[in-house]
Design a protein around this ligand. Structure first.
Ligand SMILES: Nc1ncnc2c1ncn2[C@@H]1O[C@H](COP(=O)(O)OP(=O)(O)OP(=O)(O)O)[C@@H](O)[C@H]1O
Ligand SMILES: [Mg+2]
Length: 335
């Protein structure tokens, strides 16, 4: 299958200026400023095939948005090369933007004071979409994202979730084969999130739309992306199947006990001291979590010991979540 994106040794450095202290320092800062060069994106390589939905994840400041800005031609790389949809995003900007859709959850691309449908109309002109194509494609988008009642409202009067659905629709006016979504579900309620997920799945199936998705909500990734690229301080530390990551890094099962009466965690630790268990106290009252290897015998032993000693209100057994797996990876530093 063809690659729609090829990134080679891509690097972006920013200058971080530091201020000197005191009045003397301030005067010196006027003349020459001290700065450090920080590589926000540090020589990364990856490629994406047509129709893939890739999760691009990492902690705050890892370099995700910077990468997306370079991939969409908003920022110029310090070095390295990018080919997206067969073009250099920065150099062939005008032709290039016709072939992509972008949503930055952190900032609006719609015109704040005019009605949503006027924004759509302007974008339709910008992208030179024919009436027939627009009606055909956008009719469906508008229905699926349920934004019909919002079309005559100015963007500034929309709630966050309403606005995000309109942003997504706006990014799709020219039905681009490639979508960049930088935190598209930030701050949305569960229902809107599910709607957006379903919609993304649908266009991916229907048009083979390629999607690069950044989010801090790993359930978005679990729902949509088979493949993840994990970024840490500007470097790619994992690129592959989400499933492999989960298998390799899963730390077994979590047993969540909620006690009826006040229980001391040290006592619980002593109780199970002969077993390989890691205990954690949750912020909520009287909920203790034991992490154990995924073995039926061990799980039974832990439960038996605890239940014999204390009255239990509730007990839950969970797989370790993807969130924890990722947190683990960051804490240990490598994959
Ligand atoms: N215009 C800029 N000037 C200087 N430094 C910048 C600029 N933009 C980003 N940075 C720095 O580059 C690094 C990567 O930022 P980036 O916005 O790409 O992170 P991110 O992975 O998107 O994080 P988040 O999850 O918080 O959105 C950060 O250390 C940030 O401070
Ligand atoms: Mg970002």
């Amino acid at each position: 299958m063809e690659n729609v994106m090829e990134v080679k040794d891509l690097r972006k450095e920013f200058k971080a200026y530091s201020s000197r202290t005191g009045l003397k320092g301030a005067f010196r800062d006027l003349l020459t400023r001290n700065y450090k060069v920080i590589p926000a994106v540090n020589d990364i390589n990856f490629s994406v095939r047509k129709g893939e939905m890739v999760g691009y994840i990492g902690e705050n400041g890892a370099g995700k948005s910077t990468t997306i800005k370079m991939l969409t031609g908003i920022l110029t790389p310090t070095s390295g090369s990018i080919i997206v949809n067969g073009m250099n995003p920065h150099k062939e900007r005008e032709k290039f933007v016709q072939t992509i859709g972008v949503v930055f959850g952190q900032r609006s691309q719609l015109w704040w004071d005019i009605a949503v449908q006027e924004s759509f109309r302007l974008l339709k002109k910008v992208y030179k979409v024919s009436d027939a194509d627009y009606n055909n494609h956008m009719g469906h988008v508008i229905r699926t994202l349920d934004i019909e009642p919002l079309l005559d409202k100015p963007v500034r009067k929309l709630s966050l979730g309403q606005r995000m659905r309109c942003e997504l629709a706006a990014a799709l006016i020219h039905n681009p084969p490639l979508l960049f979504l930088d935190e598209p579900t930030i701050g949305l309620d569960v229902l809107v999130k599910l709607k957006i997920r379903d919609f993304l799945k649908e266009i991916n199936e229907k048009y083979q739309t390629t999607i690069l998705l950044t989010t801090h909500d790993l359930s978005d990734i679990e729902a949509l992306c088979e493949r993840v690229i994990l970024l840490d301080e500007g470097s790619v530390i994992y690129d592959g199947a989400l499933k492999n990551l989960q298998e390799k890094w899963s730390e077994g099962k979590e047993l969540k006990f909620q006690f009826l009466e006040k229980v001391d965690i040290t006592a619980v630790k002593v109780l199970t001291s002969e077993l390989p268990v890691k205990w954690e106290l949750e912020e909520k009252e009287q909920v203790f979590t034991a992490t154990v290897e995924d073995s039926g015998e061990l799980i039974s032993q832990v439960i038996a010991k605890v239940v014999a000693a204390y009255k239990i209100k509730d007990i839950k057994i969970n797989e370790t979540s993807t969130e924890e797996i990722i947190r683990n990876i960051y804490e240990k530093g490598a994959v």
